[in-house]
Ligand binder design. Structure first.
Ligand SMILES: [Zn+2]
Length: 122
């Protein structure tokens, strides 16, 4: 059995910081935040633990975007391959969305709506 490292506290801190940033930038359009804690990478639907080497140290490849229709900041982790793809694309075209971004957002929007529905039915 593989044991996942417990990085929930680190994720909480990062999400709080991202949310504060988003609030400062977009104001009340961003109402809340949610972290996708599923086991699949939103980019390629492969299992991921979100850990990657960053400058020789283990780092979380935490990313976030705003699901505007819902006013929610969604945080997520990518597998190493997708994180690298995004990173490489961002170096070439820092502000351009890639097809991978679109795929990730579609995946996470659906995951978020599923999450909301589950909460509503409880
Ligand atoms: Zn991936």
């Amino acid at each position: 059995m593989s044991q996942k490292p417990d990085n929930s506290q680190q994720i909480d801190e990062l999400m709080t910081a991202f949310f504060a940033q988003a609030r400062a930038q977009f104001g009340p359009a961003v109402k809340t935040y949610w972290f996708y804690a599923g086991d699949l990478c939103p980019g390629c639907s492969q299992p991921t633990d979100g850990a990657m080497k960053f400058k020789g140290k283990d780092a979380l490849s935490l990313n976030a975007y705003i699901y505007r229709e819902r006013g929610v900041l969604i945080g997520y982790l990518l597998c190493k391959t997708c994180a690298k793809t995004i990173h490489t694309a961002a170096q070439k075209n820092p502000y351009r969305q890639t097809p991978l971004h679109a795929q990730i957002e579609q995946f996470l929007n659906a995951a978020y709506l599923h999450h909301i529905r589950k909460q509503d039915s409880q």
